[in-house]
Design a protein around this ligand. Structure first.
Ligand code: UDP
Ligand code: MG
Length: 313
């Protein structure tokens, strides 16, 4: 059996469309599955749609988080509740084509533990988002050797890989990163990202930036080392400049250079603040981990509601 985990946040009637299309594809492919819909504290009627779907079809289970914990937490909740031999994580806004799942399952049956869908295209993002996303994925890949280029959250994890993932203790999880970090036999398929079926993306540039900073700081301390390296470079430069000034002073040259002083002050100041900021990010990460609060809270669950005669199979 496979479990399909889909986070839902303010998708409204989109839930119905999603469940229908998924059911058509998976039933068509002759797969036994359960669908775990995780309502991430939606402010609209998404949860009612989840409950309705669970009542119609006992393969559908619903988990409602007590508030909006963010997509990462919602996915985690789904993964922890999934019972299948393999789990597929997919967006509920139909941007990830469910039609790709049978191929993922085929790869899994051929022995892959992790099947990632990489995107052939990028849609529904502004220029800034697209360029920023690319830059981030490149930087992340370079700094951590965890390949993120063109990666999506749409992936299949076989039980062993899932168990490994769930053993990671960190609270600020970054699914795309952690599910690559664990290793295991991997396989990739290509998909075309579709336009959102309805509603709109909840990601703002700000929240994307946060995700990027979270992802980086929870995966690598390279920025900290970078601060050290730049600091060292500045120190070397200072020594050289000092020596030169001294030599000129001994030689009787009056030392002018008001602009140089201002410029250096600016550069140093900027760097110091940036360095502090970088350290602060890690401190915040440590603080969060030390607090050790649960990553999500469940408010309500619905499963196996269907009466036998109502079963849609
Ligand atoms: N989502 C969520 N919690 C959030 C934001 C989004 O569970 O706080 C879900 C959303 O319902 C969708 C998926 O995560 O299924 C991807 O979200 P979205 O489409 O907004 O992001 P994008 O596709 O633009 O990356
Ligand atoms: Mg989307």
């Amino acid at each position: 059996m496979i479990s399909v985990v889909a986070p839902v946040f303010n998708e409204g009637a989109g839930v119905e469309r999603f469940v229908a299309r998924l059911a058509a594809v998976l039933t068509g492919a002759g797969l036994t599955y359960e669908l775990v819909l995780v309502d991430d504290g939606s402010a609209d009627d998404s949860w009612d749609f989840v409950v309705a779907q669970a009542a119609l079809d006992d393969r559908v289970r619903g988990i409602q988080l007590s508030r909006n914990f963010g997509k990462e937490a919602a996915v985690l909740a789904g993964l922890e509740h999934a019972a299948g031999d393999a789990v597929v994580v997919i967006d509920s806004d139909l941007q990830h084509p469910p039609e790709a799942i049978p191929e993922m399952v085929r790869r899994w049956r051929q022995g892959a533990h992790v099947v990632e869908a990489v995107k052939r295209n990028r849609t529904g993002q502004g220029v800034v988002g697209r360029v920023g996303g690319r830059a981030f994925n490149k930087a992340f890949t370079g700094l951590t050797r965890v390949d993120l280029v063109d990666a999506t959250d749409f992936r299949l994890l076989a039980r062993p890989a899932l168990e490994a993932l769930l053993r990671l203790p960190e609270h600020s999880s970054f699914f795309r990163g952690t599910s690559s970090w664990i290793g295991f036999r991997r396989s990739t398929i290509e998909i075309d990202i579709e336009e959102r079926a309805g509603g709109r993306s909840r990601w703002t540039l700000g929240s994307l930036f946060r995700l990027a900073v979270n992802g980086l700081t929870s995966f690598t301390s390279a920025p900290l080392h970078l601060v050290t390296m730049v600091g060292l470079a500045f120190a070397a430069f200072a020594v050289l400049l000092g020596a030169q000034t001294l030599i000129r002073w001994i030689g009787g040259d009056s030392v002018a250079g008001f602009p140089t002083v201002i410029l250096l002050l600016l550069v140093m100041g900027t760097f110091l603040l940036l360095g502090l900021g970088v350290i602060g990010e890690y401190l915040a990460r440590i603080h969060e981990e030390v607090r050790g609060r649960p990553r999500y809270l469940v408010q309500e669950r619905v499963e196996h509601l269907a009466l036998p005669e109502q079963r849609v199979r």
